[in-house]
Design a protein around this ligand. Sequence first.
Ligand SMILES: Nc1ncnc2c1ncn2[C@@H]1O[C@H](COP(=O)(O)OP(=O)(O)O)[C@@H](O)[C@H]1O
Ligand SMILES: [Mg+2]
Length: 322
Amino acid sequence: MGFFNKIFKNNKTNNDSEPDNKIISSASENKNHKKSNSNPKKIKMNNIRINSEDRDFFKKNNDFYSKIIAIANQKGGVGKSTTAVNLTSYLGYFGYKTLMVDMDPQSNSTSGLGILVNSDKSSIYNVIISGENVAKVISKTDYANLEAIPSSIQLAGAEVELVTSMKREYKLKEAIDKIKSEYDYIIIDCPPALGLLTINALSAADEVIIPIQCEYYALEGLGQLMNTIKLVKENLNSELEIAGALMTMYDPRIKLADQVISEVKKHFSDKIYTTVIPRNVRLSEAPSYGKPILSYDPECKGAQAYKSFTKEVIKNGTKRTR
Ligand SMILES: Nc1ncnc2c1ncn2[C@@H]1O[C@H](COP(=O)(O)OP(=O)(O)O)[C@@H](O)[C@H]1O
Ligand SMILES: [Mg+2]
């Protein structure tokens, strides 16, 4: 029986709480952190307990720079939202204060975290179009150290509405700049297009993760994406780096899958995550329950893969500071 099964639900009357139940300090409270965050925001912990091995991993790796990462690929269905939901929930699990920003009108990562998608509710749309206070649209989640800015279908019109505005490429960056000191990681889920919404995400980000599905047409469109990233770097955000390509939906029965991985490796050289996300039915079921995989089925192959991928993201972040 796995450690995750011992779920406790914010039970304040739980007197026999063992040390494991203690809220672990978040990375921003670490003295080595570059942010001056004297009054760290308290985020509700925790209905899923961290095991001691994972806590040790957190302790070893909490000397790092905070980071804003966009998850982008203009192809639909490659695993962007699945990656956004599962990366952010595992980052929170490991103790990092995390914000997930949903920039896709489809709102899959909003609903994937169990947040009600409601067009009456303020969303990232109101922030980038009507200049609503970003702090007011941040939504709590049921997961440790994790908050989110929801999307809504209204965002579908934003591309057009933004065209005439000043600094239209920087609307998201301007909003995120106001709150970024509160978080260790801000992860932005992009829509399946290379329009203004994705440009806004890339302009706001330090890094971009590119999920790539292990299928025959995987490399199609990649040139266009790389070119967009290059143009953003040259004209809008000189800091932008490619964090890496993440191979998703790997199915060993599909002959081409390994060939695709080696092609992508050639393309990205060292910038490809060692972890490959398998095709896993549990990963595709979890969103309909509004749950990340760490809550829906923490033992399944898909959960193990996303946890190990999250560790890679954390370790890569650590490397930069040394
Ligand atoms: N590793 C996986 N195994 C099985 N199904 C997956 C996996 N990753 C994503 N899916 C499913 O594939 C579909 C597309 O994934 P999604 O993350 O929404 O892609 P994107 O955001 O790039 O459009 C969704 O139905 C999702 O549940
Ligand atoms: Mg998506």
